[in-house]
Design a protein around this ligand. Structure first.
Ligand SMILES: Cc1cc2nc3c(=O)[nH]c(=O)nc-3n(C[C@H](O)[C@H](O)[C@H](O)COP(=O)(O)OP(=O)(O)OC[C@H]3O[C@@H](n4cnc5c(N)ncnc54)[C@H](O)[C@@H]3O)c2cc1C
Length: 353
């Protein structure tokens, strides 16, 4: 009896899966916006969505309030040819990216739109919201996707990025994914291939529960004032490790980054020692970066750090220990003392224009 029950369930599940797979895909992308534009990371989620299938219809969901939301919606409508619709949820409830109202919003939009996929980037925004929305929709999300092989097969890292596994999603719709933006770079979009303009529609929020605000409250947003590029999307990253010894010495890394127009990164040991704030941590429990040039000074190359930077195009490492593991992933390695190398670099590099 038990055996037959399992078989019946398996065949039902298989039928369900085949039915989803044969239907054409339609994807809801959760987008973040700032200053009237959608964030570059959210465009990576659109690139990921467009690799699900050729006939995939992509709808972009933007929420917030006020004129910057409308501005972002207008820009989003023409920013990528695969976007067919921009959905705008305009309410004070979405003034801040709190997970509870956003998750309810996704549930509302999904129940109306019946999307086959829902995608967000693996940023703190996506990581915060997606699991809650998945719980409300009673599905299990596939997280940190780095590759897409068709509608239901995805590649994601395991064991702190030491291995990649292929996952086949066999659950019900929607298939919810968080994707690493570094794995879905946004190609420059030529004038010809730009969209003529996707339709923009307001989401009907009249049925959104009053209690959707939930238990969390927005208190404040604190961010460091800096002219340096954003760590997640910078072309060059200069990282310092525990070897810098103090916050004062870490300023050398910041000066070098300034000269190179680079973002500053740090190891967890440097963050834990209080040299720099937590938002600069690169690695398994920090940010995942893949810049064109990654420079590591006094970084040992622990696997948890490598998990966040080993996909960088060119890696340069300076370490006084010739056996440091960082040299195994470095394209250029210099065995030397960073307290001699960095001042020399600062002296020889031309001033930034
Ligand atoms: C669950 C978990 C998650 C983690 N997540 C992260 C993460 O996201 N990111 C992360 O970075 N770490 C993470 N870690 C910590 C990680 O294991 C390492 O402890 C950390 O990366 C080490 O940082 P470090 O290279 O700065 O320090 P160390 O390992 O102490 O290395 C310092 C290096 O500097 C070199 N050095 C010393 N003096 C000089 C000098 N004067 N000139 C040049 N070189 C010098 C040394 O030879 C050494 O190789 C995590 C650990 C755990 C358990």
């Amino acid at each position: 009896m038990a055996c037959r029950f399992i078989l019946q369930n398996l065949s039902k599940r298989h039928l369900l899966h085949s039915a989803f797979a044969s239907r054409s895909a339609s994807t809801l992308v959760l987008a973040e916006h700032e200053g009237g534009s959608i964030k570059a990371q959210s465009l990576s989620a659109v690139v990921a969505a467009s690799s699900i299938g050729q006939d995939n219809r992509v709808s972009l969901l933007l929420a917030g309030s006020g004129s910057s939301l409308q501005q972002a919606a207008e820009k989003a409508a023409t920013c990528h040819p695969s976007i067919s619709q921009v959905l705008v949820a305009d309410s004070d409830k979405f003034a801040y990216p709190l997970a509870e109202p956003w998750a309810k919003l996704i549930q509302l939009v999904q129940l109306k739109g019946g999307y086959s996929h829902v995608i967000a980037t693996s940023s703190s925004f996506g990581k915060n919201i997606l699991p809650r929305a998945a719980a409300l929709l009673d599905v299990s999300p596939v997280t940190d996707v780095v590759g897409i092989n068709g509608t239901h097969q995805f590649i994601r890292p395991i064991y702190a990025g030491n291995a990649l596994c292929t996952v086949r999603y066999t659950g019900a719709n929607p298939c919810m994914l968080s994707v690493r933006s570094t794995s879905f770079p946004v190609p420059p979009i030529s004038g010809d291939s730009k969209s003529d303009g996707a339709s923009i529609s307001e989401v009907d929020l009249s049925t959104l529960d009053e209690d959707s605000i939930g238990k969390s409250r927005f208190i404040k947003l604190s961010s460091e004032e800096t002219d340096l590029p954003d760590l997640g999307s910078a072309r060059v990253v200069v990282t310092g490790g525990r070897a810098l010894k103090s916050a004062e010495n870490f300023k050398m890394i910041e000066k070098l980054a300034e000269k190179l127009g680079a973002a500053v990164g740090a190891t967890r040991a440097a963050v834990d020692a209080g040299f720099v704030p937590n938002e600069l941590q690169v690695g398994q429990t920090g940010k995942i970066v893949a810049p064109e040039l990654y420079m590591a000074f006094g970084v040992s190359g622990a696997i948890q750090h490598l998990a966040g930077m080993k996909d960088s195009k060119v890696i340069v490492a300076v370490n006084k220990d010739a056996d440091a593991p960082i040299f195994q992933v470095a394209d250029y390695g210099l065995v030397g003392d960073l307290f001699e190398v960095i001042p020399e670099l600062l002296e020889k590099l031309p001033e930034k224009k």
